[in-house]
Design a protein around this ligand. Structure first.
Ligand SMILES: NC(=O)c1ccc[n+]([C@@H]2O[C@H](COP(=O)([O-])OP(=O)(O)OC[C@H]3O[C@@H](n4cnc5c(N)ncnc54)[C@H](OP(=O)(O)O)[C@@H]3O)[C@@H](O)[C@H]2O)c1
Length: 346
């Protein structure tokens, strides 16, 4: 029997999940998709190709000539239905499904709409898979408590490092090991800018402009270049891998905006480069630019992410991967969905 999921948030990541599902034959049925303007629902499985096409062409996933109300949408027992009036919260509560995939924009100050979605999903008996950092940074222990109380699973591999499986690797594959420290290059935008500064000797402003032209950096790049995104990931790793109970303000954060070509010249003379490193070590959480030997794994270039995990028994385990992207991030979401599917089946 297929496992039924909703996709809440149908931007790059939500569409990546739909895209990935169309390439696979897993028994996963998408019964609801919601964006900021409405939802499409089908108890027998939303047809993903037209949904993707409609979203790309019109900007909305809901059908424009909507002929159904919310009640019809939920109770019609299989016919394709949609409603422009149906919100994501309606879909989470009213549409029967096992797993809610949450992929709305990150807000690490309040948790954003994603926090409401996740709370409501647990209260409605859904398991949750998310790529959204905000709810985890703001309310990790509350959400884990809600999941436990409702006997549901909560998986969030995609929140740290996109396709790079740092959380599940640390908690599951390395089970039995005490994780001593984690340090990583966890933001592709910063890594691209720093790589260009090192390779070409250009200024921070020049490399940032180049990244913006290529769509690697946002028009407002502050969440990346001020180290905020990396710090959010450090909070998630600290809570989920180290069992800490920390918040954003517990991280000592310095971004990359003050790094000059001269800093790179000096680093080069020593055989080093400069990377924005997020680390958890001896209970201390830190994000800061650091000199890294050129031959060290953390000197990885471009938009790549990398995490170096120091363990008690296995020594140092280093993994790298594509830290963002539509289907790349969907790969982490898919693996969490399949983990839950197996856990429920067993
Ligand atoms: N992109 C990546 O590579 C990546 C990697 C790892 C993690 N993440 C995280 O994954 C999440 C999604 O990222 P993204 O790049 O897919 O963002 P995005 O392209 O901006 O898409 C966000 C989606 O959420 C929808 N949305 C906004 N408010 C909503 C609401 N109230 N109810 C329902 N849907 C709502 C938007 O609707 P509209 O389409 O109608 O605007 C949009 O479809 C973010 O938290 C992000 O930080 C992203």
């Amino acid at each position: 029997m297929s496992i039924r999921i909703s996709i809440i948030g149908f931007g790059a990541v939500g569409q990546g999940v739909a895209d990935a599902l169309m390439r696979t034959a897993y028994p996963i049925e998408v019964v609801a998709i919601a964006d900021s303007s409405g939802a499409v629902v089908d108890a027998t499985g939303v047809d993903l190709a037209p949904a993707l096409q409609r979203k790309r062409e019109t900007g909305a996933v809901a059908l424009a000539d909507n002929a159904f109300g919310i009640d019809a949408c939920v109770t019609d027992g299989g016919a394709a239905a949609d409603t422009a009036g149906m919100t994501a919260l309606d879909a989470i509560v009213d549409v029967d499904h096992e797993i809610m995939v949450e992929a709305t924009p990150t807000d690490i100050s309040t948790g954003g709409i994603g926090l409401s979605h996740i709370r409501k999903a647990f209260e409605s008996g859904r398991h949750v898979v998310t790529s959204n950092k905000g709810p985890l940074v703001v309310a990790y222990s509350e959400l884990c408590g809600l999941a436990r109380k409702n006997d549901r699973y909560f998986r969030f591999e995609a929140t740290v490092g996109g396709a790079m499986p740092a959380i599940n690797l640390s908690n599951e594959t390395l089970a039995g090991n005490r994780i001593i420290s984690i340090e990583g290059v966890l933001n592709g935008t910063c890594n691209y800018i720093l790589t260009r500064m090192d390779d070409e000797g250009v200024s921070y402003e020049h490399a940032l402009g180049e990244a913006q032209e290529l769509g690697i950096a946002e028009a407002d790049p502050s969440a990346d270049v001020d180290g905020i995104d990396t710090a959010a990931k450090i909070v998630i790793l600290a809570n989920s891998v180290f069992g800490m109970d920390v918040e954003y303000d517990d991280v000592d954060v310095t971004g990359i905006t003050k790094i000059t070509p001269e800093s790179f010249k000096l680093a080069k003379e020593e055989g080093h480069t400069i990377k924005l490193i997020g680390e958890i070590r001896e209970g201390v959480l830190k994000v800061a630019p650091k000199m890294v030997p050129k031959n060290h794994p953390l000197s990885i270039g471009g938009t790549f992410n990398l995490a170096s995990i120091q363990t008690e028994l296995a020594g140092r385990i280093t993994i790298g991967g594509i830290g963002a992207g539509s289907v790349e991030t969907a790969s982490a979401i898919l693996s969490d969905i399949l983990w839950i599917e197996q856990a429920i089946r067993d």
